[in-house]
Design a binder for this molecule. Structure first.
Ligand SMILES: Nc1ncnc2c1ncn2[C@@H]1O[C@H](COP(=O)(O)OP(=O)(O)OP(=O)(O)O)[C@@H](O)[C@H]1O
Length: 259
């Protein structure tokens, strides 16, 4: 396989390190702090009477009301087809609600298009079950690409890259390609990519779905640590046992309804 030359900062190889707490705090841009009523915390996400019907008539969500306040960590559970991914897709604008309002950081996504949607997405970190790493880019490059696309300077990229990799315990794998990583390491790379621009909201769609119990728990511990720094976290999962162990509030979906 052709391996593109490294164009992002080379990190000195270090011993494997445990995930650490040194990462810049999430920043909430002015104007994003919307009125909240949960102990005065800003409301980050609000779904009001949301229905999503796909073009083929399939109902993804029905009559969903749901709120996330700054600093919340919530799980979304439910059987296959219950609407978990639909909920997340509505929040990052991959799908639009058929009815009702989806409000993220004070912005109604129903009215958002093009550039404005792209700008909002910069304030949301997204983690997928299948990692979605670029195969011919190293760990460091995969993480840095997000910052490059947003026009960060080389110096700023360097400043942000190292804490993000350290946070997920992958400093020593910075120059490895995805094919050289375990599934857990690939998922931790995708988390580093999601948080490197310190978004205040992190959405994770089945982030542990392809991982064994040990790696799954490592991912949850990283998400918990990010949450302890103030990142608002929403995670979909099938894994009821893990949800119990993680001990955070749960929204349960059945056939598109919150139950
Ligand atoms: N692009 C689409 N076009 C048509 N129907 C869709 C589409 N995406 C999802 N659906 C339907 O919407 C419903 C909810 O799907 P969704 O993917 O949100 O469920 P899920 O709980 O995430 O499932 P899983 O756990 O299997 O990923 C299902 O009936 C599904 O078939």
């Amino acid at each position: 396989m052709l391996k593109t030359p490294v164009t992002v900062p080379k990190l000195s190889g270090t011993a494997s390190e445990a995930p650490t707490s040194k990462i810049p705090s999430p920043t909430i841009a002015k104007g994003e702090q919307t009125d909240g009523n949960k102990q005065g915390k800003p409301l980050i996400v609000s779904l009001e009477n949301v229905k999503k019907t796909y073009n083929n008539g399939a109902v993804g969500l029905n009559c969903v009301n749901f709120e996330l306040f700054q600093g919340d960590f919530k799980f979304v559970t439910g059987h296959s087809g219950s609407g978990k991914s639909t909920l997340l897709k509505l929040l990052y604008g991959a799908e639009q609600a058929t009815y009702g309002d989806v409000i993220v950081n004070g912005i109604n996504l129903n009215t958002l298009k093009g550039n404005a949607l792209a700008m909002l997405r910069r304030r949301i970190g997204i983690v997928f079950q299948d990692y979605k790493l670029v195969p011919r880019r190293t760990v460091a490059e995969n993480v840095a690409l997000v910052l490059m696309a947003q026009g960060f300077t080389h110096k700023e990229i360097q400043r942000r890259l190292q804490p993000a990799l350290k946070m997920v315990g992958l400093t020593h794998k910075a120059n490895c390609f995805p094919e050289e990583l375990s599934g857990g390491e690939q998922q931790r790379t995708s988390i580093a990519r999601a948080i490197v621009n310190t978004p205040p909201l992190l959405l994770a769609d089945e982030p542990t779905g392809n991982l064994d119990a040990e790696n799954a728990w490592q991912v949850i511990k990283i998400l918990k640590k990010l949450n302890s720094f103030g990142v608002t976290v929403l995670v979909t999962t099938h894994d009821e046992q893990m949800v119990r162990a993680a001990n955070h509030p749960v929204i349960h979906l059945r056939d598109g309804y919150v139950v």
